[in-house]
Design a protein around this ligand. Sequence first.
Ligand SMILES: *Cc1c(COP(=O)(O)O)cnc(C)c1O
Length: 408
Amino acid sequence: MADALPIAGKNNPFSEPVPMIDLVSQYNTIANEIREVVDETFTTQQFVLGETVAEFEKEVAHYCDSREAIGCASGTDALILALMAHDIGPGDEVITTPFTFFATASAIHRVGAKPVFVDIDPVTYNIDPVAVEKAITRRTRAILPVHLYGQCVEMEPLWRLAIRSGIAIIEDACQAIGAEYRARRAGVLGTIGCFSFFPTKNLGGAGDGGLITTDDPALAKRLRRLRVHGDVGGYNHQEVGLNSRLDALQAAVLGVKLSHLENWIEARQQNAKRYGELFRHYQLLDAIELPAVLPERRHVYHQYCIRVKGGHRDSVQTHLRENQIGNAIYYPVPLHLQECFSDLNYKAGDLPHSEAAAEEVLALPIFPELRPQQQETVVRGIARALGRLGDTATDPPILFTESHKRAA
Ligand SMILES: *Cc1c(COP(=O)(O)O)cnc(C)c1O
């Protein structure tokens, strides 16, 4: 399929459906490797923690340049465990962004602390450090920045605030494995880093999984205890923890996938670059905003989110859907306006940049195996939705050059 030459008109490949993500085609490239390690795991019958998990933890620690890595059951649990390891609970405040996946704030709520939502920077969609500073009170115990879509938060001002106020930084790096800020990887930019291996993440397992990174040996020791009910050995429980371990099967699968992660990240970056060229070619840059990559960052494009200006996001989405072109909205309701947090008393208008982003962002397919022609289908779909493109016959696609054929 990859070498099929696209021909406009008859059998037009530009009208083929484009999936938002295609885990099957990724699996097909590594199926033999995966089957082998899964088979090995069954041979040992060691399914929870054990040698395979310890090995994978070492590999992630090395990848992130962290001293310690502690596997757990999910990204959500990683966040909960990180908060527990800081003794954060009732009466405490944790400052975070409302423009993120629900788990960021639910973890804070789950340990009994209060999420304090502050607005985002409209360019990167990441938490605004100036807003964080204004929200610090005597009760603030931690800042919980999220490296949204795979681009790191502006950390330096947060480091200053953390030192000045004696509070922790817990990174939600669930979308950002491999992302960098000043040549340091996500996961080592705060006190603790939290990762998710949910199947659709850049490094995704065969089910739920998570991991915590830290350079602090005392914190690591406590996290290893907290994930096994607080057991320090011999059924002696110094404190009440969780049952939150990484399965050996997950670690085995993830170990294989980690060895491909850099290639997949590069493919995502290539795809992002190609989208930029296509949107420029179709002269759409007045109608949409491309994702901005700030200096000193390595963006790993967990998501490629454009901003559709002029109130056209929903009609663009409808058009793409009708044409079976994958897309998604991350996230349609900012967390400060979620019903479950209504007792925190936020109202519409309180965090305007987050609310505007929720109405304007649109995530496009960016998975590593995405083909250039599929990307052009996406961009043409958007152009058509915005009334910028006639029919295919009079306005042929551009991806027919030798270089693009090779890339395909
Ligand atoms: C995926 C994700 C989580 C939660 O991870 P799970 O493994 O699904 O529990 C938390 N925060 C962010 C930003 C995420 O994208």
